[in-house]
Design a protein around this ligand. Structure first.
Ligand code: MN
Ligand code: MN
Length: 463
């Protein structure tokens, strides 16, 4: 059952489409380095494609009918797009789900301190990371500061060409004898991920020396540029992310190297398919959630009632809400819960079982199950559903591959699939394979991005 690279199957037109999609995707990654930024860009693209805010429709007590396009936003961190189908919602939806939060370092709520005339910011990492990978690389600060008066200031430092960046230092190799003997998980400890943000003291008018003059100078800059005080960190969400831009990777430009591809690679391809699909018989949905990397918890994670509530609102706008109708709509739905998979890595062959591993250039990945230690925590999709999807992908010339994360008992991971499955809908983990998942810069294959988008589009039309 050895499949071949899909690259050799493309004609000129397809290669042009592939490059255009890759370019648009790189742009999405560059403007969307946080879940909030991804929501903002998704709203922009949705509006440009005729989608209207569901809140506005509810506010003016308007109704929804087949062909209408709406979006709903949850706390600026989660978004759902719907295209109303010609069939009753009770018959079920076609749902593309993915997450838009990515591993990173978050500033603590009281982050600023000064040590040895250096101003630093304390962080708490978010999601699973190899901490040692986050030192000595250019970092940017993204996020919001919510002031007491209700105003919200957006922060972005380190992205523009002439912006400064920030960084976390590492011990020089010359003195690192003892450090190098430590376990990799302890080489850099969580509380040592301190972001260096300044070294120049504020000059005072009087002769007396200022205490903590370096952080005072940094605070003065924040006051000037963002009108924020040190106390405002208390109600801020500032994420420390790699400052690098998404780049073509490989001499043949066949890959993309970028931050946050888990899971914006599935989010973006799902979104593009959704915008391209247009109205179908079934109501289509593209759901981009937050908090997947920390267990899908919180008001903006998949475990919250946002999705269910939004579907209830849709039914109400169509004049046929009932509790039973809502349950039927959810139970009769089919979903591709898309998240990244591990691509086979020739540098680490012993961690993979080759014929059940995902390979770059072999297309969209389906994972029947995820989980760890005997599929624990997995969704485990139904064979009948997989058979149905195989037919759709084959009919539409979509290259796909079945994989699991690594060798049995090597580790594991979870997604949002099992949460959606609680409604009794058919759901399978699908997505795109990455190298270096959760590293500051992750690698993907352009061919897989192209096949994923094709697969999502075929799913919305035929599932
Ligand atoms: Mn993920
Ligand atoms: Mn992840």
């Amino acid at each position: 059952m050895q499949k071949k690279s899909v690259w050799n199957t493309y004609n000129e037109t397809q290669l042009t489409e592939l490059e255009q999609l890759a370019k648009d995707y790189r742009n999405f990654l560059n403007v969307g380095k946080t879940e909030r930024e991804c929501v903002k860009e998704t709203i922009r693209l949705a509006k440009a494609n005729g989608y209207e805010n569901l809140d506005d429709i509810i506010a003016r007590q308007d109704s929804l009918k087949a062909g209408d396009k709406v979006y709903a936003v949850n706390m600026n961190k989660e978004i759902a797009l719907f295209t109303i189908g010609s069939e009753s919602l009770e018959k079920g939806m076609r749902i593309l789900g993915a997450h838009i939060d990515s591993p990173r370092l978050d500033l603590k709520q009281n982050p600023l301190y000064e040590d040895s005339e250096m101003a630093l910011l304390d962080t708490h990492y978010y999601g699973g990371i190899k901490k040692y990978q986050w030192v000595t690389i250019p970092l940017a600060l993204h996020g919001v500061v919510a002031k007491k008066d209700g105003s919200v200031i957006e922060i972005s430092i380190g992205e523009k060409e002439d912006d400064p960046v920030v960084c976390i230092s590492d011990l020089l190799i010359h003195l690192a004898g003892k450090q190098m003997e430590k376990k990799a998980s302890e080489v850099i400890e969580g509380d040592d991920l301190n972001v260096l943000i300044g070294n120049r003291p504020l000059t005072s008018d009087e002769d007396e020396e200022l205490k903590d003059a370096v952080s005072a100078y940094v605070l003065q800059i924040l006051k000037e540029q963002y009108d924020m005080e040190e106390e405002d960190f208390l109600s801020a969400e500032i994420e420390v992310v790699p400052a690098d831009r998404a780049r073509d990777c490989g001499l043949d430009r066949s890959m993309i190297l970028a931050y946050g591809q888990d899971d914006r690679i599935c989010a973006y391809t799902s979104l593009v398919a959704m915008l391209e699909a247009g109205p179908q018989e079934k109501t289509c949905c593209c759901l981009l959630v937050d908090k997947e990397e920390i267990g899908s918890v919180g008001a903006t994670g998949m475990q919250s009632a946002f999705f269910e509530n939004t579907v209830a609102e849709l039914m109400n706008c169509m004049g046929n809400f009932s509790e039973l109708g809502l349950r039927r709509a959810l139970r009769n739905s089919k979903m591709l819960s898309s998240d990244v998979s591990a691509a086979f890595d020739p540098n680490f062959p012993s961690f993979f079982e080759k014929k059940n591993a995902a390979h770059f250039g072999h297309g969209l990945v389906l994972n029947k199950y995820t989980g760890s230690r005997g599929k624990s925590g997995s969704n485990d999709a139904n064979a009948e559903y997989i058979g149905h999807l195989r037919r759709i992908f084959d009919d539409n010339g979509v290259a796909f591959q079945m994989s699991e994360l690594g060798k049995v008992d090597m580790g594991g991971g979870g997604t949002i699939a099992y949460i959606c499955a609680l409604y009794g809908m058919e759901v399978i983990d699908s997505g795109v394979a990455l190298l270096s998942m959760h590293a500051p810069m992750e690698i993907s294959s352009k061919a897989d991005i192209y096949e994923a988008k094709k697969g999502y589009l075929a799913f919305l039309k035929e599932a």
